[in-house]
Write a protein that binds this ligand. Structure first.
Ligand code: ATP
Ligand code: BTN
Length: 285
């Protein structure tokens, strides 16, 4: 299809149908379930910002989805590009504090990664791997490509907003950053976003409920094992760049009880780095 002008996507609206909010609600907001409300907006700056602003008046389990984000954010206020109908861009409000000590909340982005990877593997037939702490990767032509990201933010004392962005139908000629990927580019069996979103939300509910019941213990609920099984970072030599220009280099050998990445350094000691401290995590030269 020829784009009407160079700035417009080569995809037509037909190829990118809108999400069906009524069907999504019916499939996801069920009595006794985690998801208490589900809203869809055509466009907004950032679903994380919107949900955080309304957190005080919302119950746990509120879901906000946007067809397009004009000021989507990643970690450290980096830009997350979210063109209309090209992916799944949504945030959920969680209040883990009643059951889970705050030191364990660092597992939430990792939990979301496992949930997204397992949900999408089932619904899209795409193998996803996880780059610690918050990236979702697919393999395209033998190359690992970032296809999703997760952003966890505090929203007051007891609430967090967990935001997930997944590129579904971004085409090779419209990638937001060089080397980005999408489910379509990874030969997904389907890029129909309704079932994909349902699968991710159901998987997220399952993992979050398990984790809470285990008082946030990642071993007891099987999360640590599931994360390690999908994690592309463990077993590799990495360089963790920290604020102030310092860095730790070593083999990524484990995750600790708080979701920190443990590096075995060349000097022979072990050092844990937390997601909040990482400026970049890159392959070591
Ligand atoms: N739709 C998108 N798909 C893939 N990547 C994107 C998209 N939008 C933005 N990005 C990239 O994601 C980055 C934000 O993610 P994050 O803060 O996790 O950094 P990162 O580059 O993934 O981290 P690292 O340097 O540790 O690999 C942005 O700076 C941009 O490079
Ligand atoms: O890669 C990252 O650093 C995280 C990207 C997170 C993107 C999602 S899209 C929905 C939610 N709203 C945002 O502004 N960010 C998250």
């Amino acid at each position: 299809m020829t784009p009407p002008n160079a700035h417009e996507s080569r995809w037509s609206d037909l190829e990118r149908p809108p999400l069906n909010v009524t069907a999504l609600r019916r499939g996801v907001v069920v009595p006794g379930g985690l998801w208490t409300s589900l809203d869809l907006v055509a466009a907004t700056g950032s679903t994380n910002s919107d949900l955080a602003a309304r957190a005080a008046s919302l119950p746990e389990g509120a879901v906000l989805i946007a067809e397009e984000q004009t000021a989507g954010r990643g970690r450290l206020d980096r830009t997350w590009t979210a063109p209309a109908r090209s992916g799944l861009f949504f945030s959920v409000l969680l209040r883990p504090g009643a059951d889970v000590p705050v030191t364990r909340w660092g597992w939430l982005p990792l939990l979301a990664g496992v949930a997204a990877a397992t949900g999408l593997a089932r619904a899209a037939g795409v193998d996803m791997s996880l780059k610690w702490p918050n990236d979702l990767l697919v393999t395209v032509g033998g190359e690992e490509r970032k296809t999703g990201g997760i952003l966890l933010e505090r929203a007051g004392e007891d609430a967090v907003v967990l935001g997930i962005g997944i590129n579904v139908s971004l085409h090779a000629d419209e990638l937001p950053v060089p080397g980005a990927g999408s489910l379509g580019l990874a030969n997904a069996v389907s890029t129909d976003r309704d079932p994909l979103l349902r699968a991710v939300l159901r998987s997220l509910e399952k993992w979050y409920t398990r984790w809470r019941a285990a008082v946030g213990d990642p071993v007891a609920c099987g999360l640590q094992e599931a994360y390690a099984a999908d994690c592309a970072t463990l077993g590799r030599q990495v360089r963790a760049e920290l604020p102030g220009g310092t860095a730790v280099t070593g083999e990524a050998v484990a995750l600790d009880g708080d979701g920190r990445l443990v590096l075995a350094t060349e000097g022979g000691d072990r050092q844990a780095v937390s997601a909040g401290d990482i400026v970049h995590l890159r392959p070591a030269d």
